[in-house]
Design a protein around this ligand. Structure first.
Ligand code: BGC
Length: 411
C-alpha cells in the first residue's frame, strides 16, 4: 500500500477516512465444520486436554457460506475475512486437492457477487496432522512447507483475493501451544516457544515472498495484542514486574512487529488489557467488569495497541483485523464496539494510518478450548437448525459501515 489514508474527507470528527473498510471475520476451523485432518480436531478428541468439546459441524459454513456471505453484505459490510484450511487443500505432503481449491473459489465468487472484498488468511491456528507429525512449528522445514502451500493457494486463487493475511496470531500458537501447553501440541517449554516464534517469522517471510511474486493484493500478518500496564505501587517492585515482560512485549510480539516492517499492512487484534505486577500477570480485580472469556471489559485497549503497533512497526498502515467481545448482552457488545471505535478515531485524528475495522466474529462459533460457550457473534446461530439470527449489534454496525461514521449507541 502506498497512498496514505489518514485524512478524514469530512469535517465530521466522527467520520472515518474515505476508503476505510468494514468487515467481519471468521476462521475455517471455527465455522466450517468437520475439519478432522488438523491438529485441533485431534486435540479436541484427546483425553486429558482442557478442550471443552469437539468442534463437530460447528456453523456448517462449509455448505452455508453462500447465505452467510449474502447476509453480511445485506447488513452493510464491504469485506469478509476468512481462512482457507491447509489440511483440506493439502491433506498429505504435496497432495493438493483440486476439489477443495474449487470450493474456496466458490467462496471467493460468492464474495464478489455481493461486492464483498475477500480477505484471505492462509493459517488460522490449525496445522495439518502430517505437518505436526514432523515436528510442527518447531521444525524449520515447516516454514518451507507453509510457503509451498501459500504459493499453491496464490497460484490457484490469487486472482480473486482482495487482501492476504499470511498467519493469524502466530504469537498465540507459539505461546499457548508451546509455552503454556493449552493449545496443540501441548508443549510447555520456553525454548520451544522461542523456536516456534522463529519458525513462524520465517514462515511469514517465505510465504510473503511466494505470494507477492504472484499476487499484487496487499499482504500482512496479524498479531494478538493486549494493552499492557505494569501495576506497581512500590517502585522497588517495578524491576521485578519488568522481568515478566516475556509474557507480553518481549516474547509475545516484538519479533513479529519487526518482521512486519516489510509488509503492506499490519493486522491488530485486540480484546482486552493485561496488567502485570511483580508476581506476573494479574487476574482482573473482583470489582472489574469482565466478559464471558473472563477478560476485563476494556474497549480502550484497542487504541493503546494500535498506537504501539504503529510505533513499533515504524508506521506500517494498520487494519484492525479482529476486535470484539463475548457477551450474552448485545447492548454490551454495542457499548464495547462504540468505545473501541472512539479509540480508532482518536488514532486517526493523530495521523495514524488506519484502513479498516473488522469485528470478530460474524457469528457465534467454536471458540477453541472454550467450545460453544463464548458468544462473540453479531449473528446468533441455532445449533440444532443452523438458523442464523442477526443481533441488533449486526444492523447497528452495518449502519456505521454504510455511513462510514461512528453513530450513537442507540442509532
Ligand atoms: C483468534 C480467534 C478467536 C478470537 C476470540 C483471536 O485470538 O484469532 O480465532 O476466536 O481471538 O478469542
Amino acid at each position: 500500500m502506498t497512498s496514505a489514508n489518514t485524512a478524514s474527507t469530512s469535517s465530521n470528527p466522527l467520520s472515518f477516512p474515505a476508503g476505510f473498510t468494514w468487515g467481519t471475520a471468521t476462521a475455517a476451523h471455527q465455522v466450517e465444520g468437520n475439519n478432522w485432518n488438523n491438529d485441533w480436531w485431534e486435540w479436541e478428541h484427546r483425553v486429558g486436554t482442557r478442550a471443552k468439546e469437539p468442534s463437530g459441524d460447528t456453523c456448517d459454513h462449509y455448505n452455508l457460506f453462500p447465505q452467510d456471505i449474502a447476509m453480511l453484505a445485506k447488513l452493510g459490510f464491504d469485506n469478509y475475512r476468512f481462512s482457507v484450511e491447509w489440511s483440506r487443500i493439502e491433506p498429505e505432503d504435496g497432495e493438493f486437492s483440486q476439489a477443495e481449491i474449487n470450493h474456496y473459489r466458490k467462496v471467493l465468487e460468492a464474495c464478489h457477487e455481493h461486492n464483498i472484498t475477500p480477505v484471505v488468511t492462509l493459517h488460522h491456528f490449525t496445522t495439518p496432522r502430517w505437518v505436526t507429525a514432523r515436528g510442527g512449528w518447531v521444525n524449520d522445514s515447516t516454514a518451507d512447507l507453509f510457503a509451498r502451500f501459500s504459493e499453491k493457494v496464490a497460484k490457484s486463487l490469487g486472482d480473486g483475493v482482495g487482501k492476504w493475511c499470511t498467519i493469524n496470531e502466530p504469537n498465540m500458537v507459539s505461546t499457548i501451544g508451546y509455552l503454556l501447553g493449552e493449545f496443540p501440541p501441548g508443549t510447555k517449554s520456553r525454548e520451544a516457544r522461542a523456536k516456534a516464534n522463529e519458525v513462524f517469522c520465517q514462515a511469514h517471510i517465505k510465504a510473503r515472498d511466494a505470494v507477492k511474486s504472484i499476487s499484487s493484493a496487499p499482504l500482512g500478518v496479524t498479531l494478538a495484542m493486549q494493552e499492557y500496564t505494569i501495576s506497581v505501587d512500590d517502585e522497588s517492585h517495578r524491576k521485578a514486574a519488568e522481568g515478566k515482560r516475556d509474557m507480553a512485549w518481549d516474547g509475545l510480539e516484538d519479533c513479529f512487529l519487526e518482521v512486519a516492517k516489510g509488509d503492506d499492512y499490519f493486522g491488530v487484534q485486540t480484546y482486552t488489557r493485561e496488567r502485570f505486577n511483580e508476581n506476573g500477570r494479574m487476574q482482573p480485580d473482583a470489582d472489574m467488569r469482565t466478559t464471558i472469556m473472563g477478560y476485563e471489559f476494556r474497549p480502550q485497549a484497542l487504541e493503546a495497541c494500535i498506537r504501539r503497533a504503529w510505533d513499533k512497526t515504524g508506521h506500517v498502515p494498520i487494519i484492525v483485523t479482529e476486535n470484539g467481545i463475548a457477551t450474552s448482552d448485545d447492548n454490551e457488545r454495542i457499548e464495547y464496539v462504540h468505545g473501541a471505535l472512539e479509540g480508532v478515531l482518536n488514532c486517526i485524528q493523530d495521523g495514524i494510518d488506519i484502513r479498516g475495522y473488522t469485528y470478530w466474529s460474524l457469528m457465534d462459533n467454536f471458540e477453541w478450548m472454550y467450545g460453544y460457550g463464548p458468544t462473540f457473534g453479531i449473528v446468533a446461530v441455532d445449533w440444532k437448525t443452523q438458523v442464523r439470527t442477526p443481533r441488533p449489534s449486526a444492523s447497528w454496525l452495518g449502519r456505521i459501515a454504510r455511513a462510514n461514521t461512528l453513530l450513537p449507541r442507540n442509532a
